[in-house]
Design a protein around this ligand. Structure first.
Ligand code: ADP
Length: 397
């Protein structure tokens, strides 16, 4: 067994997964879990995959007040259940690799310092990713740690799509489009390569629709455009984020409404999107349940759908047409009504929905004619495990 620990640290949670990466291309899920509510009422849950049996154990933690304690808790659980010596490496989801890191990288002091400089570019995520890295460095100094980046997959976007129409001196500061959800897109591109040789060279639009949401236009399995930009705030409307808005709104709010930069930032990241428009929730299931009686919930859903269709139109123009549309992540994989409405909005491109397939969670939800539409579950964790194991193999060779 060659275990790889995958860590995805957020502001108040550390999600983890364990994979056996002994055989390349046949990574095995060993366990997945999370510590939620760090600093508050902590919950610890883990699901272990033992052969065909899934053991769900939920242990009420007695309080985890920081990331270091959370990581220590996870290591203790691994030690109790497996040989700690079979742990070969840890792979971290790191949201921002900046211009420098366009591939996964083994972490050392120098690389960590470079990643710390990117905190202002991803204020909600980067510092927490680094907190998990620092914790593990202290707790298991000999364990190789690899950073896998959400931005890296978009390194292939050409300058014309990557740069903003700003003075060159500002672009040179690194103010440009980076794009995110890259681990998810790279997993989908890999799956297409494995499953369908035609699509891998085609014009593919992937819609990663979860709490965070973005689109990625792929040609030959590579990103050529994406809806998120300098930050994960740009592009589509999301659970609590606005997506694109006229930047002049920000000047108005600060100058004329007396809001501080921090207030505006918190509003755009945490109080807008589905939550802001509905005034009810950022959760699609709650909004779907309320939509028949709550006009604001209905409007939030309609706006969410409209924004995806509108942005998809731009992406498909950049692709010069479309061979396949792929839905993934929590909403994309589960919300059949949204998929049907998006397909209806893109009907002018020849999309025909197979209604039965869409309702029964089939992989292919388009009819025989027209471009293909697929639902593909994403798996960012396994992507991190694969990238991590590849680096470890290279080190050991
Ligand atoms: P994150 O970006 O946090 O990883 P996920 O990919 O887990 O997000 O997606 C979370 C979203 O998926 C939530 O809005 C949730 O309501 C939605 N979702 C989950 N299950 C369903 C479902 N059965 N129908 C509609 N939406 C769903």
């Amino acid at each position: 067994m060659q275990l790889v620990l995958v860590l995805n640290a957020g502001s108040s949670s550390v999600k983890f997964a364990l994979f056996d990466t002994q055989i390349k291309g046949h990574e095995r899920d060993i366990a997945r879990g999370a510590i939620d509510g760090i600093g508050q009422a902590t919950r610890w849950s883990v699901k272990r995959y033992d052969g065909t049996a899934n053991n769900e154990i939920a242990i009420k933690g007695d309080g985890v007040s920081n990331h270091k304690q959370a990581v220590s808790h996870i290591l203790a659980w691994i030690e109790k259940n497996f040989e700690l010596s079979s742990l070969a490496a840890a792979g971290h989801r790191v949201v921002h690799g900046g211009a420098q890191f366009t591939e996964p990288v083994r972490l050392n002091t120098k690389n960590c310092e470079a990643l710390r400089k990117l905190i202002p570019l991803a204020p909600l995520h980067q510092r927490h990713n680094l907190a998990a890295i620092d914790s593990l460095t202290e707790l298991a100094p000999m364990l190789p740690q690899i950073a896998c980046f959400d931005t890296a997959f978009h390194a292939t976007i050409p300058d014309i799509g990557r740069n903003f129409a700003l003075p060159r001196a500002i672009t040179a500061l690194g103010v440009r489009r980076y794009g995110f959800h890259g681990l998810s897109y790279s997993y989908i591109a890999n799956e297409l390569a494995k499953q369908n040789t035609d699509l891998v060279t085609g014009r593919v639009l992937v819609a990663h629709l979860g709490n965070g949401a973005s689109l990625c236009a792929m040609k030959d399995g590579k990103s050529i455009a994406t809806s998120m930009g300098f930050s994960a705030l740009d592009g589509l409307m999301m659970g609590t984020r606005t997506g694109s808005i006229d930047p002049a709104v920000i000047f108005y709010l600060m100058r004329d409404q007396g809001m501080s930069a921090n207030d505006v930032e918190a509003m755009l990241y945490q109080k807008s999107g589905l939550l802001g428009v509905s005034g009810l929730s950022n959760d699609m299931r709650t909004l779907r349940a309320a939509a028949s009686t709550n006009a604001h919930a209905r409007e939030a859903l309609d706006m969410f759908t409209y924004r995806i269709i509108k942005e998809a139109g731009a992406m498909i123009a950049v692709l010069g047409g479309i061979d396949a549309l792929i839905f993934t992540a929590g909403i994309g994989e589960n919300d059949s009504e949204l998929r049907a409405n998006i397909m209806k909005g893109l009907k002018f491109l020849g999309f025909v929905l197979d209604e039965n397939a869409n309702k029964t969670k089939a992989r292919k939800i388009s009819a025989e004619e027209g471009p293909i539409a697929l639902v593909m579950p994403t798996n960012e964790e396994i992507m991190i495990a694969r990238e991590t194991a590849d680096i470890i193999r290279n080190i050991n060779e």
